[in-house]
Write a protein that binds this ligand. Structure first.
Ligand code: SAM
Ligand code: SF4
Length: 381
């Protein structure tokens, strides 16, 4: 769908009701653009909660979470994310200022967004990151602020981040072996990342810090047990994330993905596991506890077990574009209109149109599926 169609959808979303599955409205411009119906779990056919109907999509999913990318820059070059060299950065002026981000978040919060995950690129390379957090804390309606970071700059920032209002933290560390860490990230920074992780233990309010790990086949098998062991030895929840075709170098292939189930079998052969219920229905990760009670791990199996049907996430890129899915082929520019003097009503219209056009799921693995949009580091992971 071209951007002009997205704008036409804006009119439909504002002038008429948003069609929800199970309801029939007269034909509208939204209906013209509706793809073939897809089978969704019965409980999704009607939304169970309509307290913020403005951000309900056509499938009844209510959007309350935002991934806010504050930069596309990074101090590492993880091989499943960025090429070793030649990454093309957004021009500085294209990146939203703290003021602009807060204004956009405030509009989204008016529509029911409650939880913000600050990400990037690497959020800690942005000099005003603590200011952004503090200002987010002041936005009416925002309930929880979390962050995903590679941890390299964390030791020096963690106190200021918590003071500014950080509630939850994920630190991405793919290997506890310095040589393999350097091979994956192309930087010799494991010691600094671990120092950052340890510094978080000064802040019990963060709850269990989560450690994100992407394990690639043929690269990271030897990292699986040490990472699981970290969840047993320290107060962290380790999350194994399947690699998705979102690397800027376009080198992903399905053979690189170790399914979460396979990793779980490797771990439970040594330390038996039992499954826990999801922390909330829209949580992407399946949680498992070691049977001996020594800790908890999660599997985010986006490729082999997509959780699109329960997705409640939107994404705002560092250059102020709203995306309803990591794999969305369309995004809606909010920063341009904001800089052009758009009022809240105009921004709301654009946001509603974007959510109305959200597809049922990412479709990885379906025959002929391709994705040519922006990579993870430019969207915000
Ligand atoms: N730089 C920060 C970091 O690495 O934590 C935040 C941004 S990064 C894009 C957010 C998360 O996305 C990280 O946990 C990273 O491992 C994950 N990630 C990056 N590229 C990925 C890919 N192609 N597939 C799956 N996860 C990916
Ligand atoms: Fe940087 Fe995070 Fe991408 Fe690694 S995963 S290159 S740390 S943005």
């Amino acid at each position: 769908m071209r951007r002009s169609s997205v704008n036409r959808l804006a009119a439909g979303a504002i002038e008429g009701p948003i069609d929800l599955p199970g309801e029939s409205h007269a034909e509208s411009s939204v209906a013209e653009h509706r793809p073939e119906p897809v089978a969704l779990p019965t409980r999704l056919r009607k939304p169970t909660c309509v307290s913020t109907p403005a951000l309900a999509d056509r499938f009844g999913r209510i959007h309350r979470s935002l991934r806010l990318s504050v930069t596309d820059r990074c101090n590492l070059r993880c091989r499943y994310c960025m090429p070793a060299e030649g990454m093309r950065w957004l021009p500085g002026l294209a990146i939203a200022t703290a003021d602009e981000m807060i204004r956009l978040v405030a509009v989204l919060a008016r529509l029911g967004v409650q939880d913000i995950r600050v990400t990037g690129g690497e959020p800690l390379v942005r000099p005003d990151i603590a200011v952004i957090l503090e200002r987010l804390r002041g936005v009416t309606g925002i309930r929880e602020i979390s962050m995903t970071t590679n941890g390299v700059l964390l030791a020096r920032h963690i106190d200021a981040l918590v003071d500014a209002g950080l509630d939850r933290l994920n630190v991405s560390i793919d290997s506890l072996d310095p040589v393999r860490f350097a091979a994956i990230t192309r930087r010799d920074d494991l010691a600094r990342a671990l120092e950052g992780l340890a510094a978080c233990e000064r802040h019990p309010t963060l709850g269990p810090v989560k450690v994100n790990a992407v394990v690639l086949r043929g690269v990271g098998e030897d990292d699986v047990l040490p990472l699981a062991g970290l969840a047993r030895a320290r107060p962290y929840v380790v999350r194994f994330i399947e690699a998705m075709p979102l690397d800027a170098g376009r080198e992903w292939n399905a053979d690189q993905v170790i399914p979460g189930d396979e990793l779980r079998r490797m771990i439970s052969a040594v330390w038996p596991l039992r499954e826990l219920s999801r922390s909330r229905p829209s949580a992407p990760g399946r949680r498992w506890r070691f049977v001996d009670g020594a800790g908890e791990i999660e599997f985010v199996s986006s490729v082999t077990e997509p959780f699109c049907a329960m997705c409640d996430r939107l994404r705002l890129t560092a250059d102020g574009r709203l995306r309803s899915c990591l794999f969305a082929t369309e995004e809606t520019d909010l920063l341009g209109p904001l800089r052009g003097g758009a009022g809240d009503d105009e921004l709301i219209e654009l946001i509603l149109a974007n959510v109305a056009a959200k597809g049922p799921g990412h479709g990885i693995g379906t025959p002929g599926w391709t994705y040519e949009g922006r990579p993870m580091s430019m969207i915000g992971g």
